[in-house]
Design a protein around this ligand. Structure first.
Ligand SMILES: NC(=O)c1ccc[n+]([C@@H]2O[C@H](COP(=O)([O-])OP(=O)(O)OC[C@H]3O[C@@H](n4cnc5c(N)ncnc54)[C@H](O)[C@@H]3O)[C@@H](O)[C@H]2O)c1
Length: 470
């Protein structure tokens, strides 16, 4: 039976479960977003995990039980598993390799300037592991990589470690979503195991089978690598599709939220990822889509459709900026409250977030900004320090006080629950530009705001809903 995250937390923490499954010795390279969640959750599942992370400050914080990312449930998992002695963080690669039979590669694969995946971190891990092999090891790609990367890892290790060393390279792509990463890891929809040897396959099956109950897709290494990229390309396409629909809704004065809900009730379509707004951001979808397009074009495959998905997404922020200008006309000296800086709610991750474009653009246009986000402000502050024209507020209400407009960039629940009448009473002019379609035109109108959204039709000063053609 599948256990919920909280049930798992209450499980006995012995290395052997009631069915005689013994926890494995696991090494993890990279304790960033994916690696930290992987390490903590594998420890939670009863395995003994040593995570090697280059960033010594992160290792110190994690070893003290302090999560380096904002992710629901992670703090509790860290505390419990550090205390149980099943989870350790180190800067020393040899400690992670020496203490493990299975080594997960969870380092970053950021985009290069040409849109391809930068595999320097992956290659470095392969070079680091090679001389440390001291018996059979299974090396598992969890980083999202272009198909056939595992072959390069294998060749790199083989060249450096010599032919007598025993190892396999497998792929086990990660489908967790930031904001619900712990739950997604512990209660996955599916697990994809790409392994080309029986030994690798059975090790990974054993690793997961004892504690996770979901469909398991057993396949080749290259297929597993490709599944992850194809999954992200599909998710990106779904978002760009609904965003095109939302532009049409704007033009036709039709509510995209209702359209999306009705479309999504068809099980062939499904309701997830049909939220119109600022499009997809974050550290994964944009880079994975771009990497896939590049691989496809290398192989002469026509991926014009995916290029269009990318183009539509890139235009979303421009559309929002045009709405802000439509709402405020001249931006010079206008006070704008910006609610939300993370790329999605329930995380502090600002990589690929609209705020990274919107904040400097508004500043360049001469606006004064008051910014609030429940988790992402420290990271944004590091890029855009406070000054006399940019302040970071302690609450959403502090941010909106005396503002000429409120711009929503992230759909945190906290913003949805704001008392709109109170917000209106605090603002200089009651104008909301909603990049996430957080509010409904009806509630906005009832609270007396002008409202500019991406797919709801605008509520303009004439108090009539109008189709927008910008
Ligand atoms: N973030 C997500 O939600 C998510 C979900 C699924 C898959 N992924 C994939 O997982 C991979 C990692 O993503 P992330 O968001 O965790 O990136 P990240 O940048 O947050 O983490 C990477 C970490 O690896 C560390 N690192 C780099 N080289 C190292 C080395 N040689 N030894 C030890 N540590 C090293 C870095 O210091 C960093 O902390 C990417 O390929 C990404 O596409 C991420």
């Amino acid at each position: 039976m599948r256990l919920t995250a909280s049930e798992l937390l209450r499980q006995p923490r012995d290395r052997e479960d009631g069915n005689g499954h013994v926890g494995r010795r696991v090494g993890v390279f990279g304790a960033g977003y994916a690696g930290l969640v992987t390490a903590a959750c594998l420890a939670e599942m009863g395995h003994t995990v040593v995570a090697a992370e280059k960033d010594a400050e992160a290792v110190a914080r994690l070893s003290a039980g302090e999560p380096t990312i904002h992710e629901p449930g992670l703090r509790e998992l860290l505390a419990a598993n550090l205390e149980a002695g099943r989870l350790k963080f180190t800067t020393r690669a040899e400690d992670a390799v020496g203490a493990s039979d299975i080594v997960f590669v969870c380092v970053g694969t950021p985009p290069r300037s040409d849109g391809r995946a930068d595999l320097c971190q992956v290659e470095e891990v392969a070079r680091t592991i090679a001389p440390l092999l001291d018996g059979y090891k299974l090396i598992v790609e969890k980083s999202t990589v272009p198909a056939r990367t595992a072959r390069w890892i294998e060749w790199t290790i083989r060249r450096l470690a010599g032919s007598e060393r025993e190892f396999d390279v497998a792929s086990n792509p990660e489908f967790l979503r930031e904001g619900s990463a712990v739950r997604d890891f512990l209660e996955p929809d599916r697990i994809v195991i790409g392994a080309d040897s029986a030994r690798a396959r059975s090790l990974l099956l054993e690793l997961y089978k004892a504690s996770v109950d979901c469909p398991i897709v057993l396949t080749s290494v290259t297929t597993a690598e490709f599944i992850k990229q194809a999954a992200n390309a599909f998710l990106a396409s779904k978002i760009s599709f609904i965003n095109v629909v939302s532009d049409l809704c704007d033009a036709l004065d039709v509510d995209v939220t209702t359209v999306a809900r009705a479309i999504g009730l068809d099980p062939r379509i499904g309701r997830h990822f049909l939220k119109a707004g600022l499009g997809f951001g974050g550290s994964c979808l944009p880079k994975d889509l771009s990497a896939l397009i590049n691989v496809a074009e290398d192989h002469g495959v026509d991926v014009g459709m995916l290029r269009e998905v990318e183009r539509i997404n890139n235009a979303r922020i421009e559309r929002l900026l045009a709405k802000i200008e439509r709402a405020l006309w001249v931006l010079q000296h206008k006070v704008i409250a910006v609610l939300g800086v993370t790329f999605k709610p329930d995380t502090d991750d600002i990589r690929g977030a609209p705020s990274l474009t919107v904040v400097p653009w508004l500043r360049a246009a001469g606006a004064d900004l008051r910014i609030f986000d429940p988790a992402g402000m420290p990271k944004l502050k590091a890029l855009f320090p406070a000054d006399d024209r940019l302040t970071y507020a302690a609450t959403p209400l502090e941010a909106v006080r005396d503002a000429n407009a409120l711009v929503v960039l992230t759909d945190w629940d906290e913003f949805r629950l704001l008392d709109l009448k109170l917000v209106r009473s605090l603002m200089r002019t009651p104008i909301i530009v909603d990049g996430r379609n957080l509010f409904t035109p009806a509630e906005i109108q009832a609270a007396g705001f002008e409202y500019y959204s991406l797919g709801h039709g605008d509520v303009t000063p004439s108090a009539e809903r109008q189709g927008t053609r910008i």
